[in-house]
Design a protein around this ligand. Structure first.
Ligand code: CTP
Ligand code: MG
Length: 557
């Protein structure tokens, strides 16, 4: 997570943001992975949060007897939902109908007696179940929490009948499952119990790919500590007297955030069961605590006061609901970029998934007719209750999606994919920036190799970290992939298939390592970069002339 720049936030502004979000009633269509029965982004988040508060996470013996397990737990109340998964051991998530069940369950749970060591007697909702005797009983169904391996994915894609079907099945295979999202909210809720010891009104909210509808199984869990409810009550007695809390003061909002995160980080480290490898990264522009939550397997980033990032998660969610091709193209491009190490899980000069997503959105705004509206259009359609200003940034977007008129664009996913690669293979990165607010390229305000305007903090570049080498690798790979997607051997499924394997074709062929190494980009680049690039560019130009309409930009690349 790289979140840029936090200035001091006057309390009144924060309260305004809270009350506006409380007033806002939204009717966004439900994303495929969203909680059932909810309609708006906020309502989905609230419903998930409330479910998580009624849930427990239990480490179980590998040969768990599911019926006996459920019989035991229903002694404490009705169970709404439960599922098992494996992650360095067997775990169960159990959601009760009422919170009283959690209290009852905790009453009958013991602090373990440990030998040679001592235990921190912190009673969390992460429990261990001991079972005496295994007996013979059916194995429960385990929910998968990890993405398929690249080889399995290539196989799955190669079995599809068209490239459009490939992109659709890739999205289904990689997207977060309903259970995985529940587990993510449960981890936030478990951490809230730790932070709640100091700040009972606090909420830990997930943001980023957990909630923006572009999350892939295995992605990190971005969270922020929301303290806004602490400021919510402002009672006047009418007697002319009023009481204030005596508070400790810090030199700035940033300093206070650092102190709070430092203490919460310490508690997570010392008291948080299952939380390992805690690192406090408090000097970053957006201070954070990073750790791994072992029982869920999630790499976690905990920040504070990150409302703007939450709003960009809502914006991405909104874009993702407008047309199914948006998520399908984003998932495919992100997968392609990850396989060819254009993106990385290690922070550095790589393009991030967030940047790539915004690049896809920008490309879809450039189509003729446009597939997605600009951010300015979403703002123009907003009603008075949609007004939202956070830390001085106008984050207003329409909440009523029925006000958004979608244009009739019937491009296939194959066409979009081909033209995405052409578009960025020829984009004038040297002089232009990517701007989804205006929906058009603008002159770069500074010399970063890749300039993508932050949607809400408009003076920031979300891809400031990207260096020229990484951008060049992306451009070359786009050109190679555009070229490959014009070849008959790649476009058509081979008839030479055996009973148990189909040769990789279509999008699956673009995921093969040879695209970026060996026969692909690297070897060609090693020989002579320029002729290879111009050869492909010429080839593409001739294809463009033959193919007629294209959104690819001519000019310097
Ligand atoms: N963010 C931002 N500016 C950046 C980077 C991130 O505003 N330069 C915000 C975005 O809202 C982003 C969130 O922080 O969605 C989380 O960042 P990150 O974890 O890097 O991206 P994700 O969208 O969560 O994607 P991933 O699946 O790679 O975690
Ligand atoms: Mg993330």
């Amino acid at each position: 997570l790289i979140k840029l720049c936090h200035g001091a936030v006057p309390q009144t502004q924060r309260r305004l943001a809270t009350s506006i979000s409380a007033l806002t009633s939204r009717t966004v269509k439900q994303a495929p992975t969203a909680a059932k029965g909810s309609t708006s982004f906020q309502a989905i988040q609230e419903e998930r949060r409330e479910q998580a508060e009624r849930s427990v996470l239990i480490s179980c013996p590998a040969k768990i007897n599911e019926n006996k397990f459920l019989d035991e737990l229903t002694k404490h109340g009705t169970i709404d939902k439960h599922f098992f998964y494996n992650s360095f051991g067997t775990y169960a998530v159990v959601e009760f109908s009422s919170r009283e069940s959690i209290a009852s369950l905790k009453e009958s749970t013991n602090i373990p007696a440990v030998q040679h060591e001592a235990a921190v007697p912190f009673k969390s909702r992460l429990l261990s179940l001991k079972q005496t005797g295994s007996g013979s009983h059916p194995t429960p169904n385990f929910q998968e929490q990890s993405p398929p391996s690249i080889n399995d994915l290539i196989k799955l894609l190669s079995e599809q009948d068209s490239i459009d079907e490939q992109l659709q099945s890739l999205t289904k295979a990689l997207e977060l499952s309903d259970e995985n999202i529940s587990l993510r909210f449960l981890v936030c809720s478990l951490l809230r119990d730790i932070a709640g010891a100091y700040f009972p009104e606090c909420i830990i909210r997930p943001f980023g790919s957990t909630v923006n509808s572009f999350g892939k199984l295995g992605c990190d869990l971005d969270m922020f500590l929301d303290l806004d409810d602490i400021y919510a009550s402002n009672q006047k007695t009418g007697s002319g007297l009023s009481l204030e809390y005596q508070v400790k003061r810090g030199a700035s909002e940033r300093v206070v955030t650092q102190s709070i995160l430092s203490v919460i980080g310490e508690c997570v480290d010392k008291f948080g069961p299952g939380c390992v490898g805690v690192q406090k990264i408090l000097q970053a522009r957006c201070p954070l605590v990073r750790f791994a939550h072992q029982p869920s397997g999630f790499p976690c980033d905990l920040t504070a006061n990150n409302r703007v990032a939450m709003k960009s998660s809502e914006l991405l969610f909104l874009y993702g609901t407008l047309d199914p091709r948006v998520r399908q193209l984003v998932f495919s491009v992100r997968c392609w970029a990850r396989v060819h190490t254009i993106t990385s899980s290690i922070p550095g000069a790589w393009i991030t998934n967030f940047s790539l997503t915004v690049m896809v959105l920008f490309f879809l705004q450039q189509r003729s007719p446009a597939i997605l509206p600009t951010l300015d259009q979403l703002k123009q359609l907003a009603g008075p209750s949609d007004k939202c200003v956070i830390e001085g940034n106008d984050c207003t977007i329409v909440s009523d999606v029925s006000k958004i008129t979608m244009q009739n664009n019937t491009d296939t996913l194959l066409k979009l994919l081909q033209e995405f690669f052409e578009f960025y293979g020829n984009f004038p990165f040297k002089k232009s920036s990517i701007n989804i607010r205006k929906g058009k390229e603008e002159i770069k305000p500074e010399t970063s190799p890749l300039y993508i305007q932050n949607p809400f903090e408009i003076t920031l570049n979300i891809s400031k970290n990207v260096n020229a080498t990484q951008l060049e690798r992306f451009v070359v790979l786009c050109r190679e992939s555009a070229w490959l997607l014009q070849q008959g051997e790649v476009l058509n499924r081979s008839s030479e298939q055996t009973a148990d394997s189909v040769p990789a074709w279509g999008f699956a062929a673009l995921l093969l390592p040879s695209v970026s190494s060996g026969a692909g980009v690297k070897s060609r680049r090693k020989k002579k970069l320029e002729p290879a690039s111009s050869r492909i560019k010429n080839l593409l130009d001739s294809l463009k002339i033959k193919g007629g309409d294209t959104a690819a930009k001519k000019g310097s690349a």
